[in-house]
Design a binder for this molecule. Sequence first.
Ligand SMILES: [Mg+2]
Length: 232
Amino acid sequence: MSRKQYRAIFFDLDHTLWDFDTNSAEALRELHHTYGLHQRGVAVDAFLKTFKRINTQLWQLYDTGQIPQETIREQRFHRVLLEHNIDEYEMSLQFSQDYVSQSPQKKNLIPHAHSVLQYLHPKYPLHIITNGFSEIQAIKMTSSGIVHFFSSVVTSEKAGHKKPSKEIFEFALRENGLNASEVVMIGDNLVTDIGGAHAALLDTVYFNPDRIAHQQKVTYEITSLAELKSIL
Ligand SMILES: [Mg+2]
């Protein structure tokens, strides 16, 4: 297969470049300690597990348009703490606020993210396409030292549409004077990143580190970001 020459690359941020799970766990462990949850009978590993499950559920509801973003912030820790028999809504809101301010300051990247960006940066304009909160995504990119690699960051807030809507991809194309056929979208989510980009007629790279079985049409599939160096 002959390699296509792209004019620009679109990247997802969370779980594709910024190591959401590791960073989130670091922040949660610190807050678990700060809030004295151990003393209240909540084991840290169980707490992390509950958070991961509930957070994933809420993000899925958000990604499919069933709840607004605020609901994630307002409800996730109340739900998590409830499962550990702590029913304190005000405390859960404070916890949520602390989590939202501390987690994005963590610096862990997905393996090979930095070296791959270093490799791609001189060759292509790079853009972030993300459903996250604008100000939060900016902090993550700055703390992890990758912000300078990117020509633009398109958030759902800015575009007025969120992935998997093809409109957010079309917005990013328009903003940067690009045609769909000139761009490849790289992401870890089959629905939002790959399905959405495919609907907008972009080529796709599915980052699938857990080797999840699927039927989705993808242009390329990788299990490590290092493989991008042989594709692009
Ligand atoms: Mg992602």
